[in-house]
Write a protein that binds this ligand. Structure first.
Ligand code: ADP
Ligand code: MG
Length: 376
């Protein structure tokens, strides 16, 4: 996917009244599906995703590379371009369905209320323009004409992310990787959005810079009160920052729930596998294990559960019966273990995720990282 601009915003749209907006979720994604039209037919990269983000909430989306996280984010922001397209579903943002709006209708919605921070600032910022000019272009495009106002706001947002205003005169390449990401986040803040969609904004940084940027994002989110939908492949990164967590696998939502709960008692075997694959920031040293195998090609997903070929807990039904999202212990998990209709071989009471045995490590292949150990 290529996207030319780093940050896209959305304006204070005309629309629903404020009173109503407070009761309803800020963002409600219903049955969102996105396909890529390829030579051999449409490939579904995002499959029937339901998700809400409340005002001021920090929701994280995790999953391996290629599982559809970016596609989903761009599908929400209506930033997909050919060959990708939303083929089903609604994206209700502040009471309006973004999917059915045209560019002219989206333009005002896309600055002041909703902004997007892309993965790579280097690709997203214009390399031949100073930061000041990029901020000014953005503000002018949305009706701010007064030079002094533009200057003042540009300095303000840079200060918010801890960058000296002197760097308004810098070109992107003159900033460090961490500063570029901060400059992009500052740009996303120009219009005080209510929601910022972030696509792996820290993944190009070293661990120390990553951690400090996460702390800064969290501090800004709490202080300014915007909501965040944060995509990452690193589950441990968001453990302390997000309130709710969506785990995606092969284009589908496989677990959704309160972050703390998913970390403490992951319901889906894939969530469990992901947790064991990344070092945590604190806690005892534990050997890292990876999940054997690779996700299926989205053009050829297996029947039954998409995770079955890699799942240490799979049983016969998993190869034929497609799991739905089941409620279990206050979270939703797409796993037959929790289906009221399909019981694993020894038919029994509903399964408690805390009681699901952790598979013997013999069934999990060690990754190279096993040599290192989690520092926590
Ligand atoms: P993530 O952000 O989770 O790494 P993406 O959303 O980038 O995943 O991609 C999800 C899937 O969409 C990929 O696994 C691939 O199958 C498909 N995809 C991405 N870009 C294209 C494209 N240009 N043409 C066809 N399929 C694509
Ligand atoms: Mg991505």
């Amino acid at each position: 996917m290529s996207h030319s601009s780093a940050v896209v915003h959305a304006t204070k749209a005309a629309g629903a009244q404020r009173g109503d907006q407070h009761a309803a979720p800020l963002l409600e994604v219903r049955g969102l599906s996105v396909v890529y039209d390829t030579a051999s037919g449409p490939v579904t990269a995002v499959d029937d995703v339901d998700l809400t983000v409340n005002r001021g909430e920090f929701v994280a989306v995790v999953g391996e590379s290629g599982c559809g996280k970016s596609t989903m984010l761009f599908g929400i922001a209506q930033l997909l371009s050919s060959p990708a397209r939303v083929c089903a579903g609604e994206v209700i943002f502040r009471g309006q369905n973004l999917v059915t709006m045209n560019d002219a209708q989206l333009a005002p919605v896309r600055w002041q209320n909703l902004s997007v921070v892309m993965q790579s600032a280097m690709n997203a910022l214009n390399p031949v323009k100073r930061i000041a000019a990029q901020y000014a272009d953005t503000m002018k495009a949305h009706g701010v004409r007064n030079k002094a106002d533009i200057r003042r706001r540009s300095e303000e947002v840079l200060a918010m992310v801890g960058i000296d205003k002197i760097h308004l005169e810098s070109y992107p390449h003159q900033l460090s990787g961490g500063m570029r990401q901060r400059a992009m986040i500052a740009m996303a803040l120009l219009f005080e959005p209510e929601l910022i969609l972030m696509d792996e904004p820290t993944s190009a940084l070293d661990v120390v810079a990553q951690r400090s940027l996460m702390l800064q994002i969290k501090e800004l989110q709490e202080r300014l009160g915007f909501a965040v939908l944060f995509v990452t492949h690193d589950m441990s990164l968001v453990s302390h920052f997000s309130e709710r967590l969506l785990v995606m696998y092969a284009g589908q939502e496989v677990e959704l729930g309160e972050t703390r709960r998913v970390f403490d008692t992951p319901a889906h075997p894939y969530s469990k596998g992901l947790l064991e694959a990344f070092p945590s920031i604190r806690g005892p040293k534990v050997p890292l294990v990876g999940i054997p195998g690779a996700p299926p090609a989205l053009s050829a997903v297996p029947p039954g559960c998409r995770y079955e070929p890699r799942c240490p807990l799979a049983y016969a039904d998993c190869t034929t019966v497609e799991p739905e999202l089941y409620e279990v212990n206050g979270v939703k998990a797409r796993c037959l273990l929790y289906s009221p209709h399909n019981r694993p071989p020894a038919d029994g009471a509903p399964i408690d995720p805390a009681q699901v045995p952790v598979p013997a490590s013999a069934t999990l292949l060690p990754v190279e990282a096993t040599a290192k150990e989690s520092e926590r």
